[in-house]
Design a protein around this ligand. Structure first.
Ligand code: C2E
Ligand code: MG
Length: 450
């Protein structure tokens, strides 16, 4: 008898171990899925709603990295305790790995009732935690998926709540977001783009187009901006607006950037033999902070024979200014090699005069949204003039980009911008179109200089 009792106790213990997270004692994913499926059945029976909250801590990695794993573990236990205090006994709180928790809220009379619960969790998790001698704060991103509208089984509800959480995190974290069908479409597209990039790197299905930049005062051709294009898995053309953000998130921006350098440098070496030429390359902040950046650039210059003094680098304003101390040294290296640096999309970020003085740069490229607004919007015209006078006082040259009409062209020319670029002057050109531009038969040259 004693033996049977003992065996039962051991079996019970084993069941608990198999279905619970050892660190926090909360149900694990297996038990959670089981509970979700049970709650779905009772929701159907009682005509109620239930929902899944996917919670991810925004700065847990920081806690773990700075204080160490022991503190990280203790921190996760405190989060679990806080969730236990907040929720009803009939709700299931589960930890499914790392800093990810899922809460199953059952028996909702109205589906909207889940949002105050999610908000309450978010604001409580936000309060500081005492970890022995440290005080730690950590916000949370919460994705919400409701039965039956956002999913009809446990897998679907968890997956959709996860998608909504990812979206909430992308918005900067510390927020609650409900799943929508569009999110799924956006995520599928993102996965597709990532697959296209990986395949394009292997199959070499990237290519460059080049948009001419002219000297506005002389109307003469000045240089070319290299712009990335990708053939997708269905052979369609995919633009950088979709490629770059996915590439930056996945770290694929570095190999893509290497490909762009190599391709543009080989073209530069070939075409310079025909006429003097400069090429501008867009670079992402995530490329320049790579420690191999300069060594790789030098290697590519050697391999292709391109002259670095014919290369300009365009760096977007936002991240460059925010992390200027991380980029100054690399920019100085580029300049020492003879290349120049332009701040791209200028006017969209928050550069101070001091930032502009401290960064080693040669030109500012005014963001095209100001140029395209300048036809009708006096404020945009004033902003362009202000940028121009700021640039002149700092001895920087100005490029106006995205010029689409004659009026815009006349305006930027009249106020004294140095260089211009845009579809009105010339659309980005394929390599073949460009070769005829570089060997101008009369007609071809005309179409480029407008
Ligand atoms: P950007 O550097 O500002 O490049 C100019 C963008 O404006 C290009 O879009 C060009 O096709 C478009 N454009 C030029 N003239 C006009 C015009 O008159 N009207 C309008 N509406 N658009 C015009 P694209 O090629 O789609 O590139 C978008 C952005 O992606 C670029 O903006 C640049 O920031 C980034 N990008 C492009 N190629 C690369 C690359 O090789 N590496 C990195 N890191 N970023 C790149
Ligand atoms: Mg650019």
């Amino acid at each position: 008898m004693e033996e049977i009792k003992r065996r039962h106790a051991v079996e019970e213990k084993l069941t608990v171990i198999a279905s619970h997270d050892p660190l926090t004692g909360l149900p694990n994913r297996v038990l959670l899925q089981d509970r979700i499926n049970q709650v779905i059945l009772s929701s159907k029976r009682d005509d109620t709603f239930c929902g899944v909250l996917f919670i991810d801590l925004d700065r847990f990695k920081f806690v773990n990295d700075t204080l160490g794993h022991q503190y990280g573990d203790k921190f996760l236990q405190l989060v679990a305790d806080r969730l236990r205090e907040l929720l009803r006994e009939e709700d299931t709180i589960s930890r499914i790995g790392g800093d990810e928790f899922i809460v199953l809220v059952s028996n909702l009379k109205n589906e909207k009732n889940i949002f105050p619960i999610a908000q309450k969790i978010k604001s409580n998790l936000n309060k500081p935690y005492s970890l022995e001698d440290h005080t730690v704060s950590c916000s949370a991103s919460i994705g919400v998926a409701l039965f039956p509208n956002s999913g009809t089984n446990s897998d679907e509800l968890i997956r959709h709540a996860d998608i909504a959480m990812y979206k909430a995190k992308k918005r900067g974290g510390d927020s609650v977001l409900a799943y929508t069908n569009q999110m799924n479409a956006a995520l599928k597209r993102r996965v597709y783009i990532e697959n296209c990039i990986r395949s394009a790197l292997l199959e070499k299905s990237f290519y460059l187009v080049y948009q001419p930049i002219i000297n506005l005062q002389t109307q003469k051709f000045k240089s070319l901006e290299a712009l990335l294009r990708m053939k997708g898995l269905q052979k369609e053309t995919i633009l950088p607006s979709e490629i770059i953000s996915v590439a930056e998130e996945t770290g694929l921006i570095y190999p893509i950037g290497q490909w762009v350098f190599k391709e543009a440098c080989s073209h530069l070496a070939q075409w310079s033999a025909l006429q003097p030429l400069k090429i501008s390359l867009n670079i992402s902040f995530f490329q320049i902070i790579n420690e191999n950046f300069i060594a790789d650039y030098k290697r590519i210059l050697n391999e292709t024979g391109a002259d670095p003094s014919q290369l300009e680098f365009e760096l977007s304003e936002n991240l460059a200014m925010e992390h200027k101390h991380d980029v100054i040294e690399t920019l100085n290296h580029l300049i020492a090699l003879g290349s120049t640096v332009t701040i791209d999309h200028f006017g969209m970020g928050h550069s101070s005069l001091r930032d502009l003085k401290e960064l080693p740069i040669h030109k500012l490229k005014i963001d095209q949204s100001f140029i395209q607004d300048s036809d009708e919007n006096e404020e945009s015209r004033q902003i362009i003039k202000a940028i121009l006078s700021l640039a002149k006082s700092l001895n920087l040259e100005i490029i106006a980009e995205g010029i689409e009409t004659e009026t815009e062209l006349d305006f930027v020319k009249k106020i004294g911008c140095d260089f211009g670029q845009g579809n009105y002057i010339s659309k980005p050109l394929s390599k073949t179109a460009l070769i005829s531009f570089l060997h101008p038969k009369e007609g071809a040259k005309k179409s480029v200089s407008g």
